[in-house]
Design a protein around this ligand. Structure first.
Ligand code: UDP
Ligand code: MG
Length: 315
């Protein structure tokens, strides 16, 4: 069986359409499948739609191919993906967006590669679709920092992937909470291949990512996979040491010649510069410590309030 995992956050207008498109493609390919909708704490009618669909498709003999789970609040797409993976019953799973920006027609091709023995089939963006200039710049900056410092190439990567059962289990075995699915699924290795696709226009509604959410996401992933910000501090300190040595020698020489260095201006400037660099460093350290703290609290990644379509004994 193939499990399709669909994170959905305020997508009431898209659920029915997406389920329809996916079902018809998968049925045409004669694939045994289940659709797992993960409602990431939506505030609109997303859950109602999922429940209705699941009940409509329910047949006494085989149960419903449409399943759903609902988070108690918005935990983010990462949590939704992992929740879906945990409940996936298939020997492979495909993660796909709810807004049909990832073309579902690609799934049969992914399955073909899977049958040939590939354990991860990644769909990569041929073009990045319509994005603002600032967004593009920001994405570029983030991806190059990630690549230079962690060897994980994420440019053009997407969350649209097929994962074999082995890979799913490897991902589920990871104890960490602050996950970055795109990077982790590359980190685990396995026999992988890529497929290209063009990003489609969003079907209905608008993007769920605010600029603030994106910056937070990028920062957390950068620190999650690289030590680059901390190394930056060491680098800055070396430059400062050289600077300090030069000025100290200069000051001493002047002192022994009976001329003292120019009064307060120098002192004030030096104190301000060193002060701000030290605070900057403390900020970076603080950020890493807060991440450690968050991990060590061992809070669950998500809380599920309701489920639909799963067999009772599966839990
Ligand atoms: N999504 C989610 N939780 C969130 C934000 C988004 O589950 O907090 C889902 C959303 O419903 C969609 C997918 O993640 O299925 C991609 O989101 P979106 O289309 O808004 O992102 P974009 O395509 O603009 O990157
Ligand atoms: Mg989208």
């Amino acid at each position: 069986m193939l499990s399709i995992i669909i994170p959905a956050y305020n997508e009431e207008e898209n659920i029915r359409k997406t389920a329809g498109v996916l079902s018809s493609i998968l049925t045409a390919e004669k694939l045994d499948y289940e659709l797992i909708f993960v409602d990431d704490g939506s505030t609109d009618g997303t859950w109602r739609e999922i429940l209705m669909l699941s009940a409509e498709e329910d047949s006494a003999a085989a149960g419903s191919p449409i399943k759903g789970m609902r988070f108690s609040r918005n935990f983010g797409k990462e949590g939704a993906i992992f929740a879906g993976l945990r409940r996936a019953g298939g020997e492979a799973a495909v993660i796909i967006d709810c807004d049909l920006q990832h073309p579902p027609e690609l799934i049969p091709e992914m399955v073909k590669f899977h049958r040939q023995g590939f354990e991860v089939v990644e769909a990569v963006k041929r073009t990045r679709g319509k994005e603002g200039l600032l967004y593009k710049l920001f994405a570029k900056l983030f991806y190059s920092a990630m690549k230079a410092n962690s060897d994980i190439d994420l440019d053009k990567a997407s969350d649209f992937k097929l994962l074999d059962r082995k890979v799913i289990n490897a991902l589920l075995d990871m104890p960490e909470r602050l996950t970055f699915f795109r990077a982790l699924s590359s980190w685990v290795g396995f026999n992988r291949t890529r497929l290209e696709f063009n990003v489609q226009k969003r079907e209905k509604g608008k993007t769920k990512w605010s600029f603030r959410k994106l910056v937070k996401f990028a920062l957390s992933n950068l620190t999650g996979f690289t030590y680059f910000p901390m190394q930056l501090m060491t680098f800055l300190s070396v430059i400062f040491m050289i600077f300090a040595l030069g000025i100290s020698v200069n000051t001493l020489v002047q002192y022994f010649h009976g001329v003292s260095a120019e009064g307060f201006t120098t002192v004030i400037i030096l104190v301000l510069i060193t002060g701000s660099v030290i605070m900057f460093g403390l900020g970076i350290l603080g950020y890493y410590i807060s991440k450690i703290y968050e991990e060590i609290k061992f809070r669950p990644r998500f809380i599920i309030t309701q489920e639909a379509g799963f067999e009772e004994n599966e839990q």
